[in-house]
Design a protein around this ligand. Structure first.
Ligand SMILES: [Zn+2]
Length: 208
């Protein structure tokens, strides 16, 4: 069994690529955030423990998350590996992960910060149907959204300052991790500042 780790900054198109990777490879996508929420909801032993940390405003310890992953990778759909999304975020997490499963490829989608700011800050959506538009790349038609009910919605945290601080937190956190995986020779940097199909092609080539 051999797994993939996918990472990329917010706004790099990671979600779309994650979908394509799981379709092509057949590896299930594992998001530790989703797993935590599911465990809390199901009231499992780990879920109850995780909930106590969350309710007191603390981060859920790595051991708890590793326990969840350990259990998850015993499921039949994970027999050939999984694709991790949003985990690991730190070197200690990567070390813990390495002790329970082997990672064969780390895919990092890279997009320059200023392009991400441009992508995220120009975004808005239709309050009626949820369609997403963009000031530069995909403006709403002159007569409003096709659904006929047009209310422009912009997220308050999609402004430049917030996005820049999210990006610098992302870089501070992931660069030691990138170095750690680079030293293992399994790190693949993918230029994410291109068309969606080109990015997918590069990722699949790296996974061969
Ligand atoms: Zn609409």
């Amino acid at each position: 069994m051999s797994s993939i780790v996918l990472f990329g900054p917010p706004g790099a198109g990671k979600g779309t690529q994650a979908e394509r990777i799981t379709e092509t490879t057949g590896l299930p996508q594992i998001s530790t955030g989703d797993m935590l929420r599911a465990a809390v909801k199901a009231g499992t032993e780990t879920g109850v423990l995780a909930k106590s940390y969350m309710e007191s405003g603390q981060l859920v310890p790595d051991e708890v998350i590793i326990d969840l992953i350990k259990e998850r990778i015993t499921h039949p759909d994970a027999a050939h590996g999984v694709m991790f999304d949003g985990f690991p975020r730190t070197v200690p997490q990567a070390e813990a992960l390495a002790s329970i499963t082997s990672v064969s490829h780390v895919i990092a989608i890279e997009v320059p910060d200023d392009r991400i700011v441009e992508r995220i800050c120009g975004r808005y959506s239709c309050g009626g149907c949820g369609s997403v538009y963009h000031d530069t790349f995909n403006p709403v038609p002159e007569n409003g959204c096709d659904c006929g009910s047009w209310i422009e919605k912009r997220r308050a945290d999609d402004n430049e300052d917030t996005v820049m601080s999210r990006l610098s937190a992302y870089h501070a956190q992931t660069s030691p991790l990138a170095n750690w995986y680079q030293a293992k020779g399994i790190f693949h940097q993918i230029d994410g500042n291109r068309g969606i199909d080109d990015i997918t092609q590069d990722i699949l080539r790296a996974l061969e």
